[in-house]
Design a binder for this molecule. Sequence first.
Ligand SMILES: [Zn+2]
Length: 270
Amino acid sequence: MKDILSMPVVVELIRTVTNMYAHGWDERNGGNVSVMLDEGTLGEFLDLNRVLRRIPTGFEAPELEGKYFLVTGTGKYFKNVQYEPEQNLGIVRLRDGGRNAELLWGFTDGGKFTSEFPAHMMSHAARLQIDPENRVVMHCHPNNLIAMTFVHSLDEREFTRTLWQMETECIVVFPEGVNVLPWMLCGTNEIGEATAEKMRTARLVVWSQHGIYGAGKDLDETFGLIETAEKAAEIYMKIAHLPRINTITDQQMHQLEQRFGIKAREGYLD
Ligand SMILES: [Zn+2]
């Protein structure tokens, strides 16, 4: 068996959550990340027949039966992951239609996966239907996106158009736009279901007055999506109180569509 801490996706997750903390997106125990793993690759690093613990999940996700996930732990601080990865991270396999998770590695202090596990697993299931290559779901608390939900309309078309107008590359990075949930109680199956539903039409879902969910093929793509949306929100918060005398027009957005071979969400551009 190879050392699990040398598995590329484990190394990359540790680097990513360390970077998320450095960006100020994950105060205290804020934020959580899950990555779906390939069974064949994982088998080179772990004995997949050796189950350490069985942990009830409190929800069902039959589409994810037998799937493996590397996931951050509940109550854990991203700033600590690089120093004690086996305590702050875990690898689980979903069983019994998603109602139970078999712990194969990690959470060595008796802990378990993030309290937002329902939102993560339901989002994985939803994204896999749209994009079979999807592997990552990421949640964090970026300052400016949260700030924007206090002062900007939560209408998804308007919210998306404002972000697109803040920086030229936004429409290229997330042409499907950003979906928005109103404030909801976090950690519940209800917000998980609502997030997954929003994930059917976009890889970014804002949780008003809380943070954002991103999904993608790998950690870089998902981090980059959130990073780009957060930068746009930062620019908006710098200019929202000032008279706007220039903008990126819909005509210019159409030029970007042609130049980069992307298609803006239907009905979002005039
Ligand atoms: Zn949160």
